[in-house]
Design a protein around this ligand. Structure first.
Ligand SMILES: NC(=O)c1ccc[n+]([C@@H]2O[C@H](COP(=O)([O-])OP(=O)(O)OC[C@H]3O[C@@H](n4cnc5c(N)ncnc54)[C@H](O)[C@@H]3O)[C@@H](O)[C@H]2O)c1
Length: 252
């Protein structure tokens, strides 16, 4: 699964300061795209920008908190203002706040909904007219948590199932238009996100153990290859798809 040329094209990648977002931004730059990189973590963004520039492409650093709704439109406007077009939107940013439901804080619920579910919608809403003009693509990063009942992850699972189904609803709404809208559902990857698992100390280990794959973790770069492929014209027949890259977790 490899991205085709993105020469002359522009991609906006959220969550690009680390992990899957950074790898996706780099893959798209290597395919020839200039990249607007969005994240709340400015230091990480600067490192990603260096990687993109080392690949010979331009990077626009957008240090924004996507839990603030207005920042979603700002990210799109600034991308257009700098590069003049938008060909691909990759919604990669996410938070994972696990915990026993009776002790789950309101703030963790609100943040999970805002970053994982609402921000992709408001980014998509702002980007759609420009993506239609460019015959572009949207790729939403969901999770195997969209398909598995994961103990202690009710909020996270709800947002990832919601984003997966939002992808399908949008794919139908725009099925007659020149745009492709897809999702990638990764399994476990060794990134900063999984440090959140520490909050599960003291929870039932048997239930936690049921979330993993017998084949172990997925490689970040391998998942990023899939995101970049769907963002590129190579994926011309993909629309409304959700590709599971999860080492067999959802085979169960
Ligand atoms: N790591 C896994 O095991 C795994 C499994 C399935 C799905 N995913 C999904 O993959 C995506 C990328 O996660 P990752 O594994 O690379 O983790 P990560 O923590 O390395 O990356 C997530 C990025 O999102 C950014 N972010 C968080 N809140 C933000 C906000 N309010 N505004 C802007 N940016 C914000 C973080 O700063 C971080 O750079 C997420 O959507 C995650 O849910 C991860």
């Amino acid at each position: 699964m490899q991205a085709s040329s993105m020469e002359g094209k522009v991609a906006l990648v959220t969550g690009a300061a680390a992990g899957l977002g950074r790898s996706t931004a780099l893959k798209l730059a290597q395919a020839g795209a200039d990249v607007a990189i969005v994240d709340i973590a400015e230091d990480g963004l600067r490192e990603t920008a260096s990687d993109v520039e080392a690949a010979g492409r331009k990077a626009l650093v957008l240090s924004l908190d996507l839990s603030e709704r207005a920042n979603c439109a700002t990210a799109v406007q600034q991308t257009l203002g700098t590069f003049g077009r938008l060909d691909a939107l990759c919604n990669v940013a996410g938070v994972m706040k696990p915990g026993p439901t009776t002790a789950f804080p309101d703030e963790a619920w609100d943040l999970t909904m805002k970053v994982n579910l609402e921000a992709p919608f408001f980014l998509i809403r702002a980007a759609l007219p420009h993506l239609l003009e460019a015959h572009g693509a949207i790729v939403n990063v969901t999770s195997c948590a969209a398909f598995q009942g994961q103990a202690y992850f009710a909020a996270y699972c709800a947002t990832k199932a919601g984003l997966t189904h939002m992808t399908k609803a949008l794919a139908m709404e725009y099925i007659k238009e020149p745009i492709r809208i897809n999702a990638v559902a990764p399994g476990g990857m060794m990134t900063g996100l999984v440090h959140g698992m520490a909050a599960l100390a003291g929870c039932d280990r048997e239930l936690i153990g049921r979330m993993g794959s017998l084949r172990g973790m997925c490689e970040v770069d391998e998942v990023a290859d899939c995101v970049a492929f769907l963002a590129s014209p190579a994926a011309k027949s993909y629309h409304g798809a959700c590709i599971n890259v999860d080492a067999g977790i959802t085979a169960d």
